[in-house]
Design a binder for this molecule. Structure first.
Ligand code: ADP
Ligand code: MG
Length: 252
Protein backbone atom coordinates (compact mmCIF):
# COMPACT_ATOMS: atom_id res chain seq x y z
CA UNK A 1 0.00 0.00 0.00
CA UNK A 2 0.94 3.59 -0.35
CA UNK A 3 0.42 6.54 1.93
CA UNK A 4 -0.30 8.94 -0.93
CA UNK A 5 -3.54 10.90 -0.43
CA UNK A 6 -6.84 9.09 -1.02
CA UNK A 7 -8.70 12.29 -1.89
CA UNK A 8 -6.41 12.94 -4.87
CA UNK A 9 -7.41 11.01 -8.01
CA UNK A 10 -3.74 10.89 -9.03
CA UNK A 11 -0.71 11.62 -6.91
CA UNK A 12 2.94 11.04 -7.70
CA UNK A 13 5.99 11.05 -5.50
CA UNK A 14 9.50 11.11 -6.96
CA UNK A 15 8.43 9.69 -10.32
CA UNK A 16 11.37 9.16 -12.66
CA UNK A 17 11.20 7.66 -16.16
CA UNK A 18 14.02 7.07 -18.62
CA UNK A 19 13.95 5.81 -22.20
CA UNK A 20 17.27 4.02 -22.57
CA UNK A 21 19.54 6.33 -20.61
CA UNK A 22 17.64 9.51 -21.55
CA UNK A 23 15.59 10.97 -18.68
CA UNK A 24 12.00 11.81 -19.66
CA UNK A 25 10.75 12.61 -16.14
CA UNK A 26 13.00 13.38 -13.21
CA UNK A 27 11.79 12.99 -9.61
CA UNK A 28 8.33 14.42 -10.25
CA UNK A 29 5.86 15.05 -7.44
CA UNK A 30 2.21 15.82 -8.18
CA UNK A 31 -1.10 15.94 -6.43
CA UNK A 32 -4.01 16.47 -8.79
CA UNK A 33 -7.23 17.68 -7.15
CA UNK A 34 -10.55 15.86 -6.94
CA UNK A 35 -13.60 17.02 -8.96
CA UNK A 36 -11.52 19.53 -10.91
CA UNK A 37 -10.19 20.08 -14.42
CA UNK A 38 -6.38 19.93 -14.42
CA UNK A 39 -4.03 20.80 -17.29
CA UNK A 40 -0.56 19.36 -17.80
CA UNK A 41 1.45 21.86 -19.83
CA UNK A 42 5.02 22.03 -21.07
CA UNK A 43 6.95 22.14 -24.35
CA UNK A 44 7.21 19.28 -26.85
CA UNK A 45 9.22 16.44 -25.38
CA UNK A 46 8.68 17.69 -21.80
CA UNK A 47 7.38 14.31 -20.66
CA UNK A 48 3.65 15.12 -20.56
CA UNK A 49 2.50 11.99 -22.36
CA UNK A 50 5.08 10.01 -20.45
CA UNK A 51 3.58 11.19 -17.17
CA UNK A 52 0.19 9.74 -18.12
CA UNK A 53 1.64 6.54 -19.59
CA UNK A 54 3.95 5.88 -16.64
CA UNK A 55 1.09 6.50 -14.20
CA UNK A 56 -0.97 3.89 -16.09
CA UNK A 57 1.89 1.39 -16.30
CA UNK A 58 2.01 1.67 -20.11
CA UNK A 59 5.68 2.62 -19.80
CA UNK A 60 7.89 1.45 -16.95
CA UNK A 61 9.09 3.91 -14.35
CA UNK A 62 12.55 3.85 -12.89
CA UNK A 63 11.53 4.93 -9.42
CA UNK A 64 8.82 6.71 -7.51
CA UNK A 65 5.32 6.11 -6.21
CA UNK A 66 2.02 6.42 -8.08
CA UNK A 67 -1.40 6.38 -6.43
CA UNK A 68 -4.90 6.63 -7.85
CA UNK A 69 -7.32 7.61 -5.08
CA UNK A 70 -4.59 6.62 -2.65
CA UNK A 71 -4.32 3.13 -4.10
CA UNK A 72 -2.08 1.31 -6.57
CA UNK A 73 -3.38 1.19 -10.14
CA UNK A 74 -4.40 -2.46 -9.84
CA UNK A 75 -6.93 -1.55 -7.16
CA UNK A 76 -8.27 1.51 -8.97
CA UNK A 77 -8.14 0.52 -12.63
CA UNK A 78 -11.90 0.50 -13.18
CA UNK A 79 -12.12 4.06 -11.86
CA UNK A 80 -9.71 5.44 -14.47
CA UNK A 81 -10.34 6.14 -18.19
CA UNK A 82 -7.61 7.12 -20.64
CA UNK A 83 -7.77 8.70 -24.10
CA UNK A 84 -4.30 8.59 -25.71
CA UNK A 85 -2.81 11.21 -27.99
CA UNK A 86 -4.50 10.81 -31.36
CA UNK A 87 -1.41 9.99 -33.38
CA UNK A 88 -0.87 6.84 -31.34
CA UNK A 89 -4.12 5.13 -32.38
CA UNK A 90 -4.55 2.80 -35.36
CA UNK A 91 -7.36 4.39 -37.38
CA UNK A 92 -7.47 1.69 -40.03
CA UNK A 93 -8.85 -0.86 -37.59
CA UNK A 94 -12.18 -1.92 -39.20
CA UNK A 95 -14.82 -1.19 -36.59
CA UNK A 96 -17.90 0.98 -36.20
CA UNK A 97 -18.28 4.03 -34.00
CA UNK A 98 -20.71 2.21 -31.69
CA UNK A 99 -18.29 -0.73 -31.36
CA UNK A 100 -15.56 1.66 -30.28
CA UNK A 101 -17.79 3.19 -27.61
CA UNK A 102 -18.86 -0.27 -26.38
CA UNK A 103 -15.19 -1.22 -25.91
CA UNK A 104 -15.36 1.16 -22.96
CA UNK A 105 -17.96 -1.06 -21.34
CA UNK A 106 -16.20 -4.40 -21.39
CA UNK A 107 -15.46 -4.33 -17.69
CA UNK A 108 -19.17 -4.11 -16.94
CA UNK A 109 -20.31 -6.45 -19.70
CA UNK A 110 -19.91 -9.49 -17.47
CA UNK A 111 -18.79 -12.95 -18.47
CA UNK A 112 -21.50 -13.53 -21.03
CA UNK A 113 -19.49 -12.25 -23.96
CA UNK A 114 -22.49 -10.22 -25.06
CA UNK A 115 -23.56 -6.70 -24.30
CA UNK A 116 -27.02 -6.12 -22.98
CA UNK A 117 -29.58 -3.80 -24.54
CA UNK A 118 -29.13 -1.54 -21.54
CA UNK A 119 -25.43 -1.17 -22.17
CA UNK A 120 -26.11 -0.45 -25.85
CA UNK A 121 -28.55 2.30 -24.88
CA UNK A 122 -25.95 3.73 -22.53
CA UNK A 123 -23.32 3.66 -25.30
CA UNK A 124 -25.71 5.56 -27.59
CA UNK A 125 -26.30 8.08 -24.83
CA UNK A 126 -22.52 8.64 -24.58
CA UNK A 127 -22.43 9.26 -28.34
CA UNK A 128 -25.26 11.75 -27.90
CA UNK A 129 -23.29 13.60 -25.22
CA UNK A 130 -20.50 14.23 -27.73
CA UNK A 131 -22.90 15.00 -30.60
CA UNK A 132 -22.09 11.83 -32.60
CA UNK A 133 -25.37 9.86 -32.53
CA UNK A 134 -25.79 10.07 -36.29
CA UNK A 135 -22.45 8.35 -36.83
CA UNK A 136 -23.08 5.22 -34.75
CA UNK A 137 -22.85 2.77 -37.66
CA UNK A 138 -20.03 4.57 -39.49
CA UNK A 139 -16.57 3.00 -39.75
CA UNK A 140 -14.21 4.82 -37.39
CA UNK A 141 -11.66 5.27 -40.20
CA UNK A 142 -14.16 7.31 -42.24
CA UNK A 143 -14.43 10.11 -39.66
CA UNK A 144 -12.59 13.41 -39.50
CA UNK A 145 -9.97 13.87 -36.81
CA UNK A 146 -12.34 15.90 -34.62
CA UNK A 147 -15.10 13.31 -34.98
CA UNK A 148 -12.70 10.51 -34.06
CA UNK A 149 -11.66 12.46 -30.99
CA UNK A 150 -15.32 12.80 -29.92
CA UNK A 151 -15.83 9.06 -30.35
CA UNK A 152 -12.84 8.25 -28.17
CA UNK A 153 -14.17 10.62 -25.54
CA UNK A 154 -17.54 8.82 -25.77
CA UNK A 155 -15.73 5.53 -25.17
CA UNK A 156 -14.12 6.98 -22.06
CA UNK A 157 -17.55 8.22 -20.88
CA UNK A 158 -19.01 4.73 -21.43
CA UNK A 159 -16.47 3.43 -18.94
CA UNK A 160 -18.18 5.46 -16.20
CA UNK A 161 -14.85 6.24 -14.62
CA UNK A 162 -14.11 8.77 -11.88
CA UNK A 163 -10.82 10.02 -13.33
CA UNK A 164 -10.37 10.86 -17.01
CA UNK A 165 -6.81 11.11 -18.36
CA UNK A 166 -6.86 12.84 -21.75
CA UNK A 167 -3.75 13.37 -23.86
CA UNK A 168 -4.23 16.53 -25.96
CA UNK A 169 -7.99 16.18 -26.41
CA UNK A 170 -8.19 19.39 -28.44
CA UNK A 171 -5.29 18.72 -30.82
CA UNK A 172 -6.41 19.11 -34.43
CA UNK A 173 -10.14 19.43 -33.69
CA UNK A 174 -12.41 22.13 -35.10
CA UNK A 175 -13.92 24.89 -32.94
CA UNK A 176 -17.31 23.14 -32.64
CA UNK A 177 -15.67 19.94 -31.41
CA UNK A 178 -13.53 21.87 -28.94
CA UNK A 179 -16.66 23.48 -27.47
CA UNK A 180 -18.44 20.12 -27.34
CA UNK A 181 -15.49 18.55 -25.51
CA UNK A 182 -15.22 21.45 -23.05
CA UNK A 183 -18.95 21.11 -22.29
CA UNK A 184 -18.52 17.40 -21.57
CA UNK A 185 -15.52 18.07 -19.31
CA UNK A 186 -17.56 20.63 -17.34
CA UNK A 187 -20.41 18.12 -16.97
CA UNK A 188 -17.93 15.58 -15.63
CA UNK A 189 -16.63 18.08 -13.08
CA UNK A 190 -20.18 18.99 -12.05
CA UNK A 191 -20.81 15.27 -11.47
CA UNK A 192 -17.81 15.10 -9.12
CA UNK A 193 -15.41 13.50 -11.61
CA UNK A 194 -11.81 14.54 -12.14
CA UNK A 195 -10.10 15.31 -15.45
CA UNK A 196 -6.37 15.57 -16.13
CA UNK A 197 -5.62 16.72 -19.67
CA UNK A 198 -2.37 17.34 -21.47
CA UNK A 199 -3.04 20.71 -23.04
CA UNK A 200 -0.97 22.61 -25.60
CA UNK A 201 -2.92 25.85 -26.06
CA UNK A 202 -1.76 28.31 -23.43
CA UNK A 203 -4.41 30.84 -24.50
CA UNK A 204 -7.25 28.67 -23.13
CA UNK A 205 -5.68 27.32 -19.93
CA UNK A 206 -7.27 29.95 -17.68
CA UNK A 207 -10.70 29.60 -19.29
CA UNK A 208 -10.88 25.81 -19.31
CA UNK A 209 -8.92 24.61 -16.29
CA UNK A 210 -8.92 24.96 -12.50
CA UNK A 211 -5.50 23.49 -11.77
CA UNK A 212 -2.28 23.49 -13.71
CA UNK A 213 0.82 21.29 -13.65
CA UNK A 214 3.86 22.72 -15.47
CA UNK A 215 6.53 20.25 -16.45
CA UNK A 216 9.75 20.15 -18.41
CA UNK A 217 11.30 16.81 -17.44
CA UNK A 218 11.19 18.10 -13.86
CA UNK A 219 8.12 19.58 -12.27
CA UNK A 220 8.27 23.38 -12.57
CA UNK A 221 5.11 24.31 -10.65
CA UNK A 222 1.70 23.02 -9.69
CA UNK A 223 -1.38 24.65 -8.23
CA UNK A 224 -4.60 26.53 -8.92
CA UNK A 225 -4.49 28.38 -12.25
CA UNK A 226 -4.92 31.66 -10.36
CA UNK A 227 -1.61 31.23 -8.55
CA UNK A 228 0.51 28.78 -10.58
CA UNK A 229 -0.12 29.91 -14.18
CA UNK A 230 2.25 32.87 -13.98
CA UNK A 231 4.65 34.42 -16.50
CA UNK A 232 7.59 33.41 -14.30
CA UNK A 233 6.48 29.78 -14.17
CA UNK A 234 5.83 29.75 -17.92
CA UNK A 235 9.26 31.19 -18.56
CA UNK A 236 10.80 28.52 -16.34
CA UNK A 237 8.87 25.86 -18.27
CA UNK A 238 9.31 27.03 -21.84
CA UNK A 239 12.44 29.18 -21.58
CA UNK A 240 12.96 31.29 -24.70
CA UNK A 241 10.69 29.03 -26.74
CA UNK A 242 7.53 30.87 -25.68
CA UNK A 243 6.71 33.35 -28.42
CA UNK A 244 3.83 35.73 -27.76
CA UNK A 245 2.48 36.15 -24.26
CA UNK A 246 -0.60 33.97 -23.69
CA UNK A 247 -3.92 35.35 -22.51
CA UNK A 248 -5.36 34.85 -19.06
CA UNK A 249 -2.13 34.73 -17.13
CA UNK A 250 -2.35 35.02 -13.39
CA UNK A 251 -0.90 38.25 -12.04
CA UNK A 252 2.49 37.98 -10.41
P1 ADP B 1 5.46 15.27 -24.57
O1 ADP B 1 4.19 14.48 -24.50
O2 ADP B 1 5.61 16.26 -23.46
O3 ADP B 1 5.66 15.94 -25.91
P2 ADP B 1 6.73 12.66 -24.33
O4 ADP B 1 6.36 12.24 -22.96
O5 ADP B 1 6.01 12.06 -25.47
O6 ADP B 1 6.70 14.27 -24.42
O7 ADP B 1 8.27 12.39 -24.56
C1 ADP B 1 9.27 12.84 -23.66
C2 ADP B 1 10.63 12.50 -24.23
O8 ADP B 1 10.81 11.10 -24.28
C3 ADP B 1 10.83 12.99 -25.66
O9 ADP B 1 12.18 13.38 -25.82
C4 ADP B 1 10.52 11.78 -26.50
O10 ADP B 1 11.21 11.83 -27.72
C5 ADP B 1 11.01 10.65 -25.63
N1 ADP B 1 10.22 9.42 -25.81
C6 ADP B 1 8.89 9.30 -25.69
N2 ADP B 1 8.48 8.03 -25.87
C7 ADP B 1 9.60 7.32 -26.14
C8 ADP B 1 9.86 5.95 -26.42
N3 ADP B 1 8.88 5.04 -26.48
N4 ADP B 1 11.15 5.59 -26.64
C9 ADP B 1 12.15 6.48 -26.57
N5 ADP B 1 11.98 7.79 -26.31
C10 ADP B 1 10.73 8.22 -26.09
MG1 MG C 1 2.68 14.12 -25.82
Amino acid sequence: MTDLPAQSPLSLRGLSVTYGDKPALSVVDARFPHAALSAIIGPNGAGKSTLLKASLGIVQHLSGEIAFFGQPLAAARSRVAYVPQRASVDWDFPTTVLDVVQMGQYRRAGLWGRLSAGLRAQALECLDRVGMTDFATRQIGQLSGGQQQRVFLARALAQEAELYLLDEPFAGVDAATERAIVDVLRELRAAGKSVIAVHHDLSTVAEYFDHVFLVNVSRIAEGPVATAFTPANLHATYGGRLGTAPFGLAAE
